[in-house]
Ligand binder design. Structure first.
Ligand SMILES: NC(=O)c1ccc[n+]([C@@H]2O[C@H](COP(=O)([O-])OP(=O)(O)OC[C@H]3O[C@@H](n4cnc5c(N)ncnc54)[C@H](O)[C@@H]3O)[C@@H](O)[C@H]2O)c1
Length: 417
């Protein structure tokens, strides 16, 4: 197939980045955008005009859904991707989903089965797997330069206090306010999974208590969540995500193998730079460190610098996969997406059960899905039914409406500037 893929974007806040890529990508024809927040559609209109793109703008999902298109990028609320993905796959569209893929284990079963019955492409847009550092660590690991994987660590520490109002709008029920500590775990864990090709088989979760600065912004969950895992080859992994105090935030990965190790730079150049140790090299007093060359080097890939350039690759590999090209193998499929996300769901069960270990099922195997088919445990009262979980394992106070009102007023004042 060498025609352009007709593609739509659902959710235009984060989705604006995807719009920027797809407006200019040679394999894409951006045909439709949907967001219920009209000011965002007005922004989209300006961006489309700038790039000479003529896409339809919709405020409601049903009209967007009816638009003739081959593929959709989901950049709507992080906990609502699965139901939309399933509808779109069943209607014959390819789907690329922002993080996270699912809110419950029950949704994970339903989503895997929708992908399988549709035969369409499902790609998980975990952009942290496509930093210069994480792609280079994958290349070297897969080439055997480090030997068999023994231990890995990933961190996504991002103190969102200063921007919390901008990204939750003072809405009590915004998904970010309903988050629990280790749900958003694929930025920290995902790259370890793609670099090594292993999957977590057992997880233990830990969290720390809520902190006053986040409580005052409307978030009552634990400040950070830590997952400790055993991987399918016996390696151990630690994944840490949350709102700890540090600037700039920590986006950092480290991989140990039987012959050496690699890690991304922790402070100065972050995920643009790697450090390498290989056994057998003369004992190095100097650090072997370098900035890997970009995997794809085009005018567009160079122009997209958000999230260390990773935002280009999620869209690029999704299109390559739909077009049946070899580079499409770099897209993250539904099974690997769940390898990254289910430890967060099960890690929270571990936290709520005195840090008991939980096995992580492999949904490639149909029989492993059965115990989870009706598991709706989550912190969202709209879908949890009898399985509603608390937001935090530590005692936490109910946040009064006045907190959300204050955040909302500050957000509204900013919109008028
Ligand atoms: N990968 C990354 O680096 C990264 C960074 C930021 C956000 N995200 C992800 O992007 C997604 C969106 O987050 P966000 O930061 O844009 O904030 P958000 O979740 O508040 O924004 C979602 C947007 O979707 C729109 N929307 C949601 N449901 C809708 C519906 N039914 N009909 C019409 N419009 C609807 C909302 O109006 C809103 O503008 C989340 O999944 C988040 O995890 C990823």
């Amino acid at each position: 197939m060498d025609r352009k893929i007709r593609i739509g974007v659902f959710g235009a806040y984060r989705g604006m980045t995807m719009i920027q890529v797809l407006s200019r990508h040679p394999d894409a024809e951006l045909v439709a955008i949907c967001d219920k927040h009209k000011p965002l559609l007005d922004k989209c209109k300006l961006s489309l005009e700038e790039h000479g793109v003529n896409a339809a703008l919709y405020e409601d999902f049903e009209s967007f859904f009816a638009h003739d298109m081959d593929a959709v990028v989901l950049a709507n609320y992080a906990n609502e991707h699965a139901p939309f993905a399933i509808r779109l796959l069943d209607s014959g569209r390819h789907v690329c989903s922002e993080v996270l893929p699912v809110e419950t284990l029950s949704q994970a079963v339903a989503l895997v089965e929708a992908v399988e019955r549709s035969g369409k492409v499902y790609a998980y847009a975990e952009n942290y797997c496509y930093f210069a550092a994480t792609q280079e660590m994958k290349r070297r690991y897969q080439a055997g330069d480090l030997g068999e994987f023994t231990h890995g660590e990933g961190e996504y520490v991002h103190d969102c206090e200063a921007i919390w109002g901008d990204i939750t709008y003072g809405e009590r029920d915004h998904w970010r306010n309903r988050l629990y500590s280790c749900y958003y775990c694929t930025h920290s864990l995902g790259p370890i999974v793609t670099i090594t090709g292993t999957r977590p088989i057992r997880v233990v979760g830990f969290e720390n208590p809520n902190v006053p600065n986040m409580w005052e912004k409307g978030y009552a969950g634990g400040a950070s969540g830590m997952l400790v895992m055993q991987m399918s080859n016996g390696a151990t992994v630690k994944s840490l995500n949350g709102y700890l105090k540090r600037e700039p935030g920590s986006v950092w990965y480290s991989i140990y193998g039987q012959k050496g190790m690699m890690e991304s730079d922790r402070w100065q150049q972050g995920v643009n730079r790697v450090h390498l140790f290989q056994e057998g090299n003369a004992l190095t007093e100097q650090d072997i460190a370098y900035n890997p060359k970009p995997v794809v080097d085009t005018v567009l890939s160079r122009a997209i610098d958000t999230h260390g350039g990773g935002d280009f690759y999620t869209m690029h590999y999704f299109l390559e996969k739909i077009l049946g090209r070899p580079a499409g193998s770099e897209a993250i499929d539904i099974y690997q997406a769940l390898d990254m996300a289910l430890p967060g769901l099960l890690g929270y069960q571990s936290i709520l059960n005195g840090n008991k270990p939980f096995d992580v099922p492999d949904f490639r195997i149909p029989a492993e899905r059965e115990p989870y088919r009706y598991n709706t445990a989550c912190t969202n009262p709209e879908i949890a039914g009898d399985s509603l979980l608390p937001r935090c394992s530590f005692p936490t106070k109910e946040i009064p409406d006045s907190v959300y009102e204050t955040v909302r007023q500050a957000w509204e004042a900013k919109q008028k500037l």
